[in-house]
Design a protein around this ligand. Structure first.
Ligand code: AMP
Ligand code: FE
Ligand code: FE
Ligand code: ZN
Length: 295
């Protein structure tokens, strides 16, 4: 069984449509995928239907934008009730803040002499409720200013670059509690990717476990073999599930092909078991989490 638990469609900043993503997953020989678009559940219904038709497993998920000590941290949420009010409110707040900062981002880029407009950015974000930096990057590529998203982030959009404008993100402890209250399983995405290694120490991860953290995404392209081994050891110390995923973004991210990392079937089984436990606990307060579509 080949299972990829972290993928994006054009409902956030991937370039595949949802059915296109499912078709590619099958072509890549995957048996099951999770759809984890940033801060939205918009693709879930279409994803489940396409997966059912294609005959692969489907796990509805979200990648929630969090912030810890001014540093971006991403939390994967598997199988939470999307109608849970607290969770839905936080996701809406993140999306509103991401969309709301777009004119400021464009203005800053104009100030340094780059000729792009808000409309150019919106033209790159047709399928999504949430317009973010990747869409600005795509507009810069379309305008011939940079070659690809990576160059756009490195020169203009990464933290500390001229086009970077802060936005709202959720406290990880709050996001973990909300996901658990909604009957889902919270897993930290690429814990030691980009800047987050500094803030996600072994002690901090142990602290988050006390809030209900369920797992760590150890196998990710941002992690060296040594990082992966160290994260597995931290997971073992805390009784956490270990996942592995591609973080596929279609053409939006190179070296992140579907299935490039996968999740061990036993760990997947443990994740589904924890989802059942969290769902049963959350049902007491009225949550109705979805079930995974198994292959
Ligand atoms: P935003 O939500 O608008 O702040 O954009 C954040 C998203 O941009 C992340 O979730 C990633 O998908 C993407 N991203 C962040 N940093 C980079 C980078 N250095 N290169 C490529 N994509 C990035
Ligand atoms: Fe992304
Ligand atoms: Fe991420
Ligand atoms: Zn991702």
């Amino acid at each position: 069984m080949r299972i990829d638990l972290h993928t994006h469609s054009n409902r956030s900043d991937g370039t595949d449509t949802v059915p296109g993503l499912i078709a590619h997953a099958r072509e890549a020989g995957l048996d099951a995928i999770a759809l984890t678009d940033h801060d939205t559940t918009d693709g879930w219904a279409e994803g489940r239907a396409a997966a059912q038709e294609t005959g692969i497993g489907f796990v509805p998920g979200i990648e929630i934008s969090c912030k810890l000590a001014y540093t971006s941290v991403h939390l994967l949420a598997y199988l939470p009730d999307p109608t849970h009010q607290g969770l839905a409110d936080e996701l809406a707040r993140v999306r509103a803040s991401r969309n709301g900062r777009m004119p400021a981002v464009v203005e800053r880029l104009n100030e340094i002499g780059l000729d792009i407009s808000t409309n150019d950015v919106l033209a790159q974000a047709t399928g999504t409720p949430s317009v973010g930096r990747p869409h600005v990057a795509d507009a810069l590529v379309a305008a011939g200013i940079v070659a690809d998203r990576t160059e756009a982030f490195d020169k203009y959009l990464a933290d500390g670059r001229p086009g970077h404008v802060q936005r709202y993100a959720v406290e990880p402890t709050r996001a973990i509690e909300l996901v658990r209250d909604a009957g889902g399983v919270p897993v930290i995405a690429h814990p030691w990717g980009r800047g987050s290694r500094r803030v996600l120490t072994a002690d901090v991860i142990a602290g988050l476990t006390a809030y209900g953290l369920g797992g760590l995404e150890a196998d990710h392209q941002d992690h060296s073999p040594a990082d992966r081994a160290a994260l597995r050891a931290i997971a073992a110390d805390n009784g956490l599930i270990v996942t592995g995923s591609s973080d596929h973004h279609g053409l939006g991210k190179t070296d992140h092909d579907l299935g490039v990392n996968t999740t061990d079937p036993e760990q997947f089984e443990a994740l589904l078991e924890l989802a059942r436990t969290n769902a049963a606990n959350a049902a007491a307060s009225g949550a109705r989490p979805p079930e995974a579509l198994l292959p």
